[in-house]
Write a protein of this length. Structure first.
Length: 475
C-alpha cells in the first residue's frame, strides 16, 4: 500500500512542473486579465489540457478516498486507478475508465452499507461535477442497474443471516428473568428489519420501498420459522407436570409486538405479505393461549372433581394457580390477558362440577343454604384472582348467577335470569344442554323446565329430546 501511494505522490510532483499555463498567473478561463481572448489556439489547448489534468487528479484522489472509506483493500483496484493517472484525456478518464473502476468496486464490496455509500457517491458526487460528458448519464444508468441488483441481493443476504442468528440465539427463559431477556427477540428483530430501509432512506430515498419490500419478505420467512418452532416447543412444555408460564407469556408478548410492527411498517409493502405475516402471528398467539388454557383446565378439573365431596375451601386451589404465574412487573399485560381467560374457565369448571353433585349431599356437607356457599366461593375466588392480575373481568357473576337460579322461586323471574346467563356466559349451542341440566338440578318439574327453556332466545332452533330429562337425577 505504501508503494502505491509513494508512486502517486511522484506523479503529482511531475505534474506540478507543467510549463506555461500553470506559471501564467494572469490567465483565467482562456482570457487574460484584461479580457483579451487568446489568439494562439495552441495556448488554448494547453490550458484545456491543464484543466483536464487538474480535474483528473481531483477525481482520482476522490476515488482513493472513497475506496479507503469503504474499506476495500484490493491491490488490483488501486493499481487500476494509478494507471489512469497518466491519461492525458479527461474524456478517456471520466467515462469508460471511471465506470470500469466503479464496476470493479461493485465486485469488491461485501456489505449493504458499502453498496449504499458507493451508490450515493456516484449519484451525488461524481454526477455533480461541473463538467459532465454526453456518455455520463448512459454509463451511470447501466452501472446503477448493476448496483441496484447488487444492493438488493446484499440486503436479502444480510437480513436473512441476521434473522437466522436471532432465531438461533432464542433459548429458554428463566422464571426470574430480567426484562431484557423477555423483550430481546422482538426488539432485536425490529431493529434488524428497520436498519437497512432507514439507511436507504437517508442516502437513496428512491430505493427505500424496494429495500423495505426485501426486508419484509425476509421478516415474513422469519415469522413462519419462529411460529413453527415455538409451537413445537410450547406444546412440549404444556405437557409437562409443572409448566412455567413465563415461556408462554414471552411468546404472547413477542407475537403482539411483531404483529403491531407488521401492521404499522407494512403500509408500503405488498398487502398479501403483511396479511400473511399478521395471520401467522395471530395463529401462534391463539395456539399459545390454547396451551395455557389447557394447563388451567387440568388444574381446575383435578381440584373441583373432589372439592365438592371433600368440603374443603378454595385456598389450595388458589395457591396452585398462583404458583404457575410469575410476579415480574413487566409481564403484567400478558398475565392479565391469560388470567382473565383462565378465570372464565375456572368459574365454568366450578359450576359444571357443582351441578354434578346432588343438592341433598351438598346441604349435608356445606350448609342448608347452598346459595350462600356459592356466593362465598365466588367472592373468595374473585378476590384471589384480582390479586394475581388486577382489573380482570368479574367472571364470578357466572357463579352468582347460579346462586340466583337456585334461590329463585318465580318461573317468570327465572326466565329472565336464565336469559341473562345465556347471553353473558352460555352462548354456544352445546351450552343449551348445560342450561337444561342446571334447571333439572334446581329441582324443577319437566313442565317447568320446558317452559323456561322455550322462553330462551334460539330455543326453537335447538330441539331437545324431552325423554332424556327423566335420566337426570337431582335428588
Amino acid at each position: 500500500m505504501k508503494k502505491i501511494f509513494s508512486r502517486k505522490k511522484k506523479i503529482r510532483m511531475s505534474e506540478g512542473k507543467k510549463p506555461l499555463i500553470e506559471n501564467n498567473n494572469n490567465i483565467q478561463d482562456g482570457h487574460d486579465c484584461a479580457g483579451h481572448e487568446y489568439e494562439n489556439p495552441l495556448a488554448q489547448n494547453s490550458f484545456n489540457s491543464a484543466e483536464e489534468q487538474s480535474m483528473q487528479r481531483q477525481q482520482s484522489s476522490s476515488l482513493m478516498d472513497l475506496i479507503q472509506c469503504l474499506g476495500v483493500s484490493s491491490e488490483s483496484l488501486y493499481n487500476l486507478i494509478e494507471a489512469n493517472l497518466g491519461q492525458q484525456s479527461v474524456i478517456a478518464w471520466s467515462n469508460p475508465q471511471t465506470f470500469n473502476i466503479l464496476n470493479k468496486m461493485l465486485q469488491e464490496i461485501k456489505s449493504v452499507k458499502q453498496c449504499l455509500q458507493l451508490m450515493d457517491w456516484v449519484q451525488h458526487k461524481y454526477l455533480s461535477r461541473e463538467v459532465l460528458f454526453s456518455s455520463d448519464q448512459k454509463l451511470f444508468c447501466e452501472w446503477k442497474d448493476k448496483a441496484k441488483e447488487k444492493l438488493l441481493q446484499s440486503v436479502q443476504k444480510e437480513i436473512r443471516e441476521s434473522l437466522d442468528k436471532i432465531l438461533q440465539n432464542e433459548t429458554g427463559i428463566a422464571p426470574n428473568c430480567i426484562e431484557e431477556d423477555y423483550v430481546k427477540l422482538y426488539v432485536d428483530t425490529i431493529q434488524c428489519i428497520n436498519a437497512v430501509p432507514r439507511e436507504a432512506q437517508k442516502l437513496l430515498p428512491e430505493l427505500h420501498d424496494e429495500v423495505q419490500e426485501i426486508c419484509f419478505q425476509e421478516f415474513r420467512t422469519f415469522v413462519k420459522r419462529y411460529s413453527e418452532e415455538q409451537y413445537v416447543d410450547l406444546k412440549k412444555r404444556a405437557q409437562t407436570d409443572n409448566p412455567e408460564t413465563i415461556h408462554f407469556l414471552k411468546t404472547l408478548k413477542t407475537c403482539k409486538e411483531l404483529r403491531k410492527y407488521a401492521q404499522t411498517i407494512g403500509t408500503g409493502v405488498t398487502p398479501s405479505l403483511v396479511k400473511e405475516t399478521v395471520e401467522t402471528l395471530e395463529n401462534l398467539e391463539q395456539s399459545t393461549l390454547t396451551f395455557l388454557m389447557e394447563i388451567i383446565t387440568v388444574i381446575a378439573e383435578n381440584h373441583f372433581k373432589d372439592f365438592f365431596r371433600s368440603g374443603s375451601n378454595l385456598n389450595h386451589f388458589v395457591y396452585s394457580v398462583y404458583s404457575h404465574f410469575p410476579t415480574l412487573p413487566y409481564v403484567m399485560d400478558e398475565k392479565k390477558e391469560v388470567v382473565d381467560e383462565a378465570y372464565k374457565i375456572i368459574a365454568r369448571t366450578y359450576v359444571e362440577h357443582l351441578i354434578t353433585n346432588k343438592r341433598r349431599t351438598l346441604k349435608g356437607r356445606w350448609a342448608p343454604n347452598i346459595g350462600e356457599q356459592i356466593h362465598e366461593d365466588a367472592n373468595h375466588l374473585h378476590k384471589s384472582v384480582s390479586l394475581l392480575a388486577p382489573g380482570v373481568h368479574e367472571w364470578r357473576k357466572m357463579m352468582l348467577g347460579i346462586q340466583e337460579v337456585l334461590d329463585c322461586t318465580s318461573i317468570d323471574a327465572l326466565k329472565i335470569i336464565m336469559a341473562r346467563l345465556q347471553r353473558d356466559y352460555f352462548r354456544k349451542s352445546e351450552d343449551f344442554k348445560f342450561l337444561n341440566k342446571l334447571l333439572k338440578w334446581k329441582g324443577l318439574s319437566n313442565g317447568d323446565v320446558n317452559e323456561v327453556l322455550d322462553a330462551l332466545p334460539g330455543s326453537e332452533s335447538r330441539p331437545i329430546c324431552r325423554s332424556c330429562f327423566s335420566c337426570l337425577t337431582c335428588w
